[in-house]
Design a protein around this ligand. Structure first.
Ligand code: ZN
Length: 132
């Protein structure tokens, strides 16, 4: 794990434990993730993060809206994967970013308890994931 990933992880855990974000934490995340973090905070402010949880497994996936006017939605795992173009191009292909703005928005909303929780059956969740 890189140093910045480790620092970010400890900040996320601190936010998760208090469900609130201090200015210092915002500063650090902004320093590590730059513009993507700024964009993520805008998505969270707009209520653009949904956590879809399957009953009864409790497994979940995030659905995060994009910023463009078309308001497309991306299926996303906060730590490992996003279905957006930037994830494949900037992160997997070029290795220039740690994660995309949708993943950051998912993590931020989950940590602060501001995501919209949607419960579905495990079958419905499996169908959603099968489309990835
Ligand atoms: Zn993304």
């Amino acid at each position: 794990m890189s140093t910045s990933t480790a620092v970010a992880e400890s900040v996320w855990q601190a936010i998760e434990s208090t469900h609130s974000v201090t200015d210092d934490q915002l500063f650090i995340l902004n320093f590590i993730f730059g513009k993507n973090f700024e964009r993520a905070t805008r998505i969270v402010d707009q209520g653009g993060v949904r956590r879809i949880s399957g009953h009864s497994s409790g497994r979940s996936v995030f659905q995060v809206v994009g910023e463009s006017r078309r308001k497309e939605e991306y299926m996303c795992f906060a730590e490992h994967y996003c279905a957006c173009y930037s994830f494949f191009y900037d992160i997997v292909n070029k290795g220039e970013q740690l994660c995309c703005k949708h993943q950051l928005a998912a993590r931020l909303a989950a940590s602060t308890g501001t995501c919209i929780d949607v419960k579905v059956s495990d079958e419905e969740l499996a169908l959603l994931l099968a489309k990835l």
